[in-house]
Design a protein around this ligand. Structure first.
Ligand SMILES: [Zn+2]
Length: 120
């Protein structure tokens, strides 16, 4: 007998993570005005005229931010996709085999899109 999934619980966790990711992306990037929902990295602002070292530091920081931003965006996409699956009624089903995703796996990662056997 199958136990009913506590979807509101996962939805709450996903919504909370979504808000946290949005705050994080707002920290290292700014919203891309051309692509809704996309963020582009920003360099650190020193408020002083940048000399060569400052420029190098800004570039390093920009590249770091870009890496962080890419990670945040990838996670953000996964969270949005999971929320979309809740709306469609397919949440908790493996995107590969269509079987139920294990509860322990969803507890560990509410945005999981595949069962343990099909995790990337
Ligand atoms: Zn599967």
């Amino acid at each position: 007998m199958m136990r009913r999934m506590n979807i509101p619980h996962y939805k709450e966790r996903l919504e909370a993570e979504k808000a946290k990711l949005e705050a994080g992306m707002g920290n290292v990037g700014r919203k891309n005005p051309r692509v809704p929902g996309d963020y582009e990295p920003v360099g650190s602002e020193t408020g002083v005229e940048a000399d060569t070292i400052d420029q190098a530091l800004t570039i390093t920081s920009f590249e770091n931010n870009e890496g962080i931003l890419r990670d945040l965006e990838a996670r953000y996409d996964a969270v949005l996709a999971a929320l979309a699956r809740i709306e469609k009624g397919t949440y908790g089903l493996c995107s590969v085999c269509g079987g139920k995703i294990e509860k322990a796996r969803l507890d560990a990662d509410p945005a999981a899109a595949t069962c343990t056997a099909h995790r990337g």
